[in-house]
Design a protein around this ligand. Structure first.
Ligand code: BGC
Length: 379
C-alpha cells in the first residue's frame, strides 16, 4: 500500500492570468523497497501524471527503476531496464537507471592534478576510473524529499560525499531533483552540487532505454539523431585521445536519422574500440543552453524519446557489454544491445584534458546541470 501520498495540482500558481482550468492532479507516492545489507531502509517513489506516464525512483543509487510511457494506441510499456526487487540493484550491475558520480564516465589512469596536487582515484575499469569508482553515487543511499513544483511532481534526492571518498578531494553535497512534468510526458532531472574544497564533478543518469519495452529484443531498429558535428575518439581503454573528430563520412554521423544497426557492424577502428557505439558526442548547441541533443524513435510502437540537456556532451552507449547474464524485470533476459544509453555529461577524462570544457567545482561555485527525457505523444 502506498504511504505518504501527496496530491499536487500541476500548474498551480502559474499562468493564473490566462484563467486556464487547473490541470488534473498528479501524484507522488512512497513504498518500502527493502533494506541494504547494513539494515538501512530503501524506499521506492512513484511519480504519475495524467497523460499516462509513471516513473519509479529508488533511494538506493537514485535509480530510475521504471519509466512507463504510452506508445501506439495508448498502450503503456516500461521502457527502461532494471530489476523488480532491490536485491538486483544491490548486486553488481551495469548502473541500471543510476545516478552516476562524482565523475560520470572515465578518468584516465584514475588520476588528475588540480591546483598542483595530484589525486589518485579508485581504479575499477582496467587502469582507469569509471563512474565514480568502486563505490560511486550509484551505490549510496540518498535522502529523499517530496518538493512542491509548479511544473509537475518533484522528488529531491541528496547525498553527501565525504572528503577523500574514492580519492576525490572535498566534501561534496549533491542534490538531484526528478520532476515528472504535468503538461507533457517528460522527466526532468536537475543536478546541483556544492563543495568545501576544489574538486571535479560530472553527474549523469545511466538509464538503459528500449523504446519497444524493456526486454523486448535488441535496439538495432531504433532510429537515432544526435545533434553533434564532432565526437571524441578513444583509445583501446575508451579514454579520449583529445581530438574532436568530425562525424562527417563516419558511422558516427547521426545528424540525420540512422538506425543503430545500420552501421554498427562497419569496419571502423572506433566502433572496434567500443565494441559498438560507446562514445561521447560533442553537442552543437551553445554551452549551458537547455536544448535538444538527441532524438530516438522505435518503429513498432511509434514511441519517440527526445533528450534535452544543458551539458556539452552525451555518451551514446549501445549496451555492447550486456551479454545475457542478467535477468531483469518480469524475467526478461538482457542480451547484447538490448538497450541504449544517452548519458548527458561533460566529456570523459576532462580533468586531464585542458582543451575540454572544465569540470572543476570550487567552494564559491555551484554545479548545475539539467536534462530532460521527453516522450512526445504518439499519434
Ligand atoms: C560506458 C560503458 C560501460 C557502461 C556500463 C557506459 O557509460 O561508456 O563503457 O560499459 O557505462 O558501465
Amino acid at each position: 500500500m502506498p504511504i505518504g501520498a501527496l496530491m499536487l495540482l500541476a500548474g498551480c500558481g502559474s499562468h493564473q492570468e490566462t484563467k486556464k482550468a487547473p490541470a488534473p492532479p498528479m501524484t507522488i507516492t512512497m513504498d518500502g523497497f527493502g533494506s541494504t545489507a547494513a539494515g538501512e531502509t530503501v524506499n521506492l517513489y512513484t511519480l504519475s501524471n495524467t497523460k499516462g506516464m509513471e516513473v519509479k525512483i529508488s533511494t538506493w543509487g537514485g535509480d530510475i527503476v521504471s519509466v512507463k510511457v504510452p506508445g501506439k494506441g495508448g498502450k503503456a510499456d516500461d521502457v527502461v531496464l532494471g530489476f523488480d526487487a532491490l536485491d538486483g540493484y544491490l548486486k553488481e550491475n551495469p548502473y541500471f537507471g543510476a545516478i552516476v558520480g562524482r565523475y560520470g564516465n572515465r578518468i584516465g589512469k584514475g588520476r588528475f592534478t588540480l591546483d598542483g596536487v595530484t589525486y589518485r582515484l579508485a581504479t575499477n575499469n582496467g587502469a582507469n576510473h569509471l563512474h565514480g569508482g568502486l563505490r560511486g553515487f550509484d551505490k549510496q543511499l540518498w535522502r529523499a524529499k517530496e518538493m512542491p513544483s509548479a511544473e509537475g511532481v518533484r522528488l529531491d534526492l541528496t547525498y553527501t560525499s565525504k572528503d577523500g571518498e574514492e580519492g576525490y578531494p572535498g566534501t561534496l553535497t549533491a542534490t538531484v531533483s526528478y520532476t515528472l512534468l504535468g503538461n507533457e510526458n517528460a522527466l526532468q532531472i536537475d543536478y546541483e552540487a556544492v563543495t568545501d574544497k576544489p574538486t571535479v564533478v560530472n553527474l549523469t543518469n545511466h538509464s538503459y532505454f528500449n523504446l519497444a519495452g524493456q526486454g523486448v529484443g535488441d535496439i538495432l531498429n531504433h532510429s537515432v539523431t544526435i545533434l553533434a558535428d564532432r565526437f571524441t575518439p578513444v583509445d583501446s581503454g575508451l579514454i579520449p585521445t583529445g581530438e574532436l573528430k568530425p562525424v562527417a563520412g563516419t558511422p558516427f554521423d547521426f545528424r540525420t536519422p540512422h538506425t543503430i544497426g545500420e552501421r554498427i557492424g562497419a569496419k571502423d577502428a572506433q566502433l572496434a574500440a567500443g565494441g559498438g557505439y560507446d562514445h561521447n558526442f560533442v553537442l552543437n548547441k551553445p554551452a549551458g543552453d537547455l536544448a535538444l541533443a538527441a532524438r530516438v524513435s522505435e518503429p513498432t510502437t511509434g514511441r519517440v524519446m527526445e533528450v534535452l540537456t544543458t551539458e556539452p556532451g552525451v555518451q551514446f552507449y549501445t549496451g555492447n557489454f550486456l551479454d545475457g547474464t542478467l535477468t531483469g524485470k518480469a524475467g526478461k533476459v538482457y542480451g547484447k544491445r538490448s538497450a541504449f544509453c544517452l548519458e548527458t555529461q561533460h566529456f570523459p577524462d576532462s580533468p586531464n584534458q585542458p582543451e575540454f570544457p572544465g569540470t572543476v567545482l570550487r567552494p564559491a561555485g555551484r554545479y548545475r546541470s539539467t536534462t530532460i527525457y521527453r516522450f512526445p505523444a504518439v499519434p
